[in-house]
Design a protein around this ligand. Structure first.
Ligand code: PRT
Ligand code: MG
Length: 213
């Protein structure tokens, strides 16, 4: 049995049709089901439905053989325990540094609200700026307005959420899309089965027109 980890919401919404084109149909819609382990149209493939941030952890520890996770989540995940054979081109967005439209010149030690703590730290260190990173779990966009932070590091798609909260993009840190990740040991042990699956998913992703929405 091969186990594929993915998350509800955007990733599943966009991955499920792609997997179906690859011949891996989900037996149930994770959005409507309380079941966290879902059968597929392939007898030897099942799907785990996880929080997005947990997908790399399950795959790294071998609790899942494969997974689908946003590059933003993978950038935060420490260590190199995963193969990343495919950019699926879905769930695209941008990881950005954003600040209030009327921001004053950058503070010497900017306060940065983000759930992407490691990535934000690397980004500011790379610029030689000593930032104070404030970890949040959501609603980052409100932090500057209530003077919790000077700026935020977050993902944006249309930018509507930033705009609605008076923020503008100062810099794009990374282009983000969902990636297929594979456990390194599983890749060795079940090489034939996993590479066949990776190839099928890759073909379906390529036929997806690069994941345009
Ligand atoms: O929401 P939850 O806390 O349960 O978990 P999650 O946010 O990790 O999951 P989910 O489903 O929201 O996102 C899963 C993955 O989708 C992320 O890891 C990204 O790789 C990818 N993705 C693509 C996005 C977006 N687009 C996106 N727009 N993730 C989040 N957003 C947020 C954005 O930060 C903003 O708050 O959606 C909101 C709307 O964005 P705008 O710019 O279109 O207004
Ligand atoms: Mg979300």
């Amino acid at each position: 049995m091969l186990t594929l980890a993915l998350s509800k919401g955007r990733i599943c919404d966009e991955a499920a049709p792609l997997l179906a084109r690859a011949g891996i149909g989900l037996a149930e819609d994770p959005a409507d089901s309380r079941r966290l382990c879902i059968a597929t149209s392939l007898d030897d493939v099942r799907v785990l439905v996880l929080r997005a941030q947990d997908v790399p952890t399950f795959v790294e520890h071998g609790a899942a053989d494969l997974g689908i996770a946003g590059k933003d989540v993978l950038l935060e995940h420490p260590g190199g325990g995963l193969y990343e054979p495919l950019d699926l081109g879905i769930a695209r967005c941008r990881l950005v540094l954003a600040e209030p439209r009327d921001a004053k010149p950058a503070a010497p030690r900017p306060r940065v609200a983000t759930k992407y703590v490691a990535t934000a730290r690397r980004y500011f260190a790379g610029k030689g700026v000593q930032a104070e990173i404030i970890r949040l779990y959501g609603s980052m966009e409100i932090a500057p307005a209530v003077d919790l932070a000077d700026c935020i590091v977050d993902v944006a798609d249309t930018g509507a959420t930033l705009a609605a909260n008076g923020l503008v993009v100062r810099e794009e840190i990374a282009a983000i899309s969902a990636r297929l990740v594979v456990n390194k040991a599983a890749m060795k042990l079940s090489h034939g089965r996993i590479s066949a699956l990776v190839e099928r998913i890759g073909r379906a992703a390529a036929g997806d027109g690069g994941g345009c929405r």
